[in-house]
Design a protein around this ligand. Structure first.
Ligand code: NAP
Length: 489
């Protein structure tokens, strides 16, 4: 390599299972290709959990990534039965790696039912919000709840990230995929933000698609997609689906970008069945390392290594078992040797023209806009009871008498059951009881307006029922800031 090229320090996490094997192979290819990287090895995953860590990520590892701002990570096992949260999720959240970038491109020699369709897209998944915030509570012994939190800045920065990727990769179209038709406030926020931010980028075609149709279209006509931006859970699912179109998780890379750090990884797990046998395919981690090289602007080295990978796959000589006809696969080391031997050769598939992805620093985004008027219009009280809905509704109407509220209705799992609608709702012991204020109360940030009225009603409800939680119902500039249950008039 060019001795004058300054080296960038990168934290390397060898990980679990096949992790150390694919990491070693990747490092060998990068070294041979002249990558200007100096590795700093660090630990995370199963062994760390076994030592009693709840996060699976020791302080020294966090410090190393904080110092370097860059990590290449092999798969980490999430132990079942001991340890705490997933070490992968810990790393994503600790470094606020909010943008998960998943390229999906047809690779030469990797034959799938979609070969020849020219699939070449990138999926941008919001990586830290949504139901993955992990805010879950049992409401009763038989009812579980998970909060789906989506924020305006969270939506804005992932949408801006999608346009940054589109620019960096000279893409033509950005598609926003949401479930805004059902979750109008959460998923709808992402759609609205896309419509608000999109006009700043007129050079790209833009459209919105409902996520279930997106999954369908990905299978029917995947070549229509260029950049897809979506929320966390949608992205989790469709990015795996898309990876399946071009050869599966075993060859899929991803990057996790934030303002202060970036982490590059294979999408697959630690494949414990083949761990230690020297059989693992390092393509996914190597492809993630190629993304890392582009991230540090080592574009030429990235292209040299990518072309060596393409030609190795295209020629089909010395491929690992997962990419070869049964009985013809070689081990990780022989595949790596072949990759190294092919450095300097070019394939028929050109590398894309890449530039550096420029993320907008998120603290500067002030998507938060205060309405001119904000009012408290009611509350939802979630309570646990075995009463029938008719009985419950009547009891709550009596409770609300001589309070500032009136009972608007009672719903069960999001469907109105009182006043009855005639529907055939299956009932569980968890009811949402909507009380509307007879006279809305103006709110401002500093005042405790509405507190005495709410306390009075809740205290009265508490004498008869066990309540689980309360939601304030607000209106912003005269517009309801809440959804109505199915069946509410
Ligand atoms: P997996 O590790 O991806 O393995 C599933 C199967 O895919 C393997 O048994 C193997 O198939 C094949 N495979 C995956 N990577 C391969 C490679 N590089 N080369 C050749 N074959 C490969 O999925 P899993 O079994 O569900 O998960 C195992 C562990 O990994 C779990 O502890 C999970 O929590 C963790 N995990 C970590 C990450 C991450 O760190 N980002 C992601 C996913 C899962 P054959 O058996 O047919 O050879």
């Amino acid at each position: 390599m060019d001795a004058n090229l300054a080296k960038t320090k990168v934290t390397a996490l060898a990980g679990d299972g096949i992790g150390p094997e694919v990491m070693q192979a990747t490092m060998r290819v990068l070294e041979a290709g002249g990558a200007p990287i100096e590795w700093e090895m660090a630990e995370a995953g199963a062994e760390v959990f076994k030592k009693g860590s709840v996060t699976g990520v020791p302080r020294e590892t966090l410090d190393s990534i904080t110092r370097n701002g860059l990590a290449l990570k092999s798969p980490l096992e999430t132990p079942v039965g001991f340890g705490g949260k997933s070490a992968n999720v810990t790393l994503r959240k600790y470094f606020e790696l909010y943008a998960n970038i998943r390229p999906v491109r047809e690779l030469p020699g990797v034959i799938t039912p979609f070969t020849g369709r020219g699939i070449d897209m990138v999926i941008i998944r919001e990586n830290v919000e949504d139901v993955y915030a992990g805010i879950e509570h049992m409401q009763t012994t038989s009812v579980a709840q998970c909060l789906k939190l989506m924020t305006a800045p969270g939506c804005e920065r992932i949408i801006r990230a999608a346009f940054s990727v589109a620019k960096a990769e000279e893409r033509k179209k950005v598609t926003c995929a949401t479930k805004a038709n059902i979750m109008k406030l959460t998923e709808g926020m992402m759609k609205r933000m896309f419509e608000k931010v999109g006009p700043e980028f007129p050079e790209f075609k833009q459209d919105h698609i409902i996520i279930d149709n997106c999954a369908h279209q990905l299978v029917i006509a995947p070549e229509q997609f260029d950049v897809i931006v979506t929320s966390n859970m949608n992205g989790d699912i469709i990015s795996d689906l898309a990876a399946g179109l071009v050869g599966g998780l075993g060859i899929a890379p991803s990057s996790n970008l934030g303002d202060h750090a970036a982490m590059f990884e294979a999408v697959h797990g630690s494949a414990p069945q083949i761990a230690g046998k020297g059989l693992a395919n390092p393509t996914a981690l190597l492809s993630a390392a190629i993304m890392l090289l582009r991230h540090i602007s080592a574009f030429d080295v990235a292209e040299t290594i990518e072309q060596a990978l393409f030609i190795t796959l295209a020629e089909g000589k010395n491929l690992t078992g997962d990419l070869s006809p049964r009985g013809h696969g070689v081990g990780t080391a022989a595949f790596t040797d072949q990759l190294i031997a092919n450095l300097g050769r070019t394939s028929n598939l050109p590398s894309r023209n890449y530039k550096q992805i420029e993320l907008t620093a998120w603290p500067e985004l002030t998507a938060h806009s205060e309405p001119n008027t904000r009012e408290l219009v009611g509350i939802d009280v979630f309570l646990e009871t075995d009463l029938r809905s008719e009985e419950l509704g009547k009891a709550l109407e009596m409770i609300a008498e001589d309070t500032p509220f009136r009972l608007n209705g009672v719903s069960n799992r999001g469907v109105q059951v009182y006043p009855p609608t005639g529907g055939q709702t299956f009932l569980v012991d968890h009811f949402a009881c909507r009380f509307m204020l007879k006279h809305p109360i103006p709110l401002d940030h500093s005042s405790a307006n509405g507190q005495p009225e709410i306390s009075y009603l809740v205290q009265r409800i508490g004498t008869k029922f066990s309540w689980m939680h309360i939601e304030k119902l607000q209106s912003f500039d005269g517009k309801d800031a809440f959804e109505r249950p199915q069946g509410e008039g």
